[in-house]
Ligand binder design. Structure first.
Ligand SMILES: NC(=O)c1ccc[n+]([C@@H]2O[C@H](COP(=O)([O-])OP(=O)(O)OC[C@H]3O[C@@H](n4cnc5c(N)ncnc54)[C@H](O)[C@@H]3O)[C@@H](O)[C@H]2O)c1
Length: 246
């Protein structure tokens, strides 16, 4: 599996799953733009890639800002020499029960997780269409399939990403562009570290493989979908959850 000569953008690439994806794509030969609202994290990831001999750039971007997304994708395309792969990984949570969830928390999560992906896809689609090649991978979640108490906003955003993915696959497939969603289960990152050991153990007991996933587990799947080996897969949502939801 190789990504030699490919140019990839990873949103939320400054830490966690996005960082693992950026490092994996770079290790397979892709030039990578790590894009994050936290510029420091993106810069550190780009630095790590450069240190191991890869080509990388870092940008600050709040994906929820459509104008900014267009500008940053333009800069990334100039610096990378085009964009072949877009991984929409930036995501946030603002958990609360529906009766306590503020409209602002609802809006924020939808705006970052769902509108953010739309903003970035919209910004790269023309370029991918004219080069008749593209790989779009949206990081959804099993929560978008089964829901979760306290996560109405997050679940809705992640379900929305699945429908967005299917539509992108339909619209852009004839131009040689694939679009797929990846739905992780419980992955050990900053997003899940606030869970107590007891809760983690309870989750692990419900997972067939009896462990939480790692960012690298997710990165391996994303790399496959981004590579030529994943050529004939589009419009799909692939769960990567150690056996939780199917
Ligand atoms: N950790 C899990 O168990 C899990 C499970 C399923 C899905 N996911 C999804 O995977 C993705 C990555 O999650 P993670 O666990 O690595 O989380 P994380 O919090 O460690 O990383 C998220 C990254 O996104 C960036 N980000 C946040 N808001 C942004 C914005 N507006 N614009 C640009 N960047 C922004 C953050 O700065 C951070 O670098 C998310 O979409 C998350 O919903 C995670």
């Amino acid at each position: 599996m190789t990504l030699e000569g490919r140019k990839a953008v990873v949103t939320g690439g400054g830490q966690g799953i996005g960082k693992a994806i950026a490092l994996k794509l770079a290790s397979l030969g892709a030039a990578v733009a790590a894009v994050d609202i936290n510029k420091k994290g993106a810069k550190e990831v780009a630095h790590e890639i450069a240190e191991s001999g890869g080509a990388a750039f870092a940008y600050r971007l709040d994906v929820s800002d459509a104008e900014e997304a267009t500008e940053v994708m333009k800069s990334a395309a100039e610096d990378l020499g085009g964009i072949d792969v877009l991984v929409n990984n930036a995501g946030v949570t603002r958990d609360n029960l529906i009766i306590r969830m503020s409209p602002a928390d609802w809006d924020h999560v939808l705006q970052v997780n769902l509108t953010g992906a739309f903003n970035c896809i919209r910004a790269v689609a023309r370029g991918m269409m004219s080069q008749r090649y593209g790989r779009i991978v949206n990081i959804s979640s099993i929560i978008g399939q089964v829901g979760n108490i306290g996560q109405a906003n997050y679940a809705a955003s992640k379900a929305g990403l699945i429908a967005l993915t299917k539509t992108v696959a339909r619209e852009l497939g004839p131009r040689g562009i694939t679009a797929n969603a990846v739905a992780p289960g419980f992955i050990e990152t900053a997003m899940t570290e606030s869970l107590s050991e007891k809760v983690k153990e309870e989750f692990a007991a419900k997972i067939l493989l009896r462990r939480l996933g790692t960012p690298e587990d997710v990165a391996n799947l994303v790399a496959f979908l981004a590579s030529d080996e994943g050529n004939y897969i589009t419009g799909q949502t692939i769960n990567i959850d150690g056996g939780m939801v199917w």
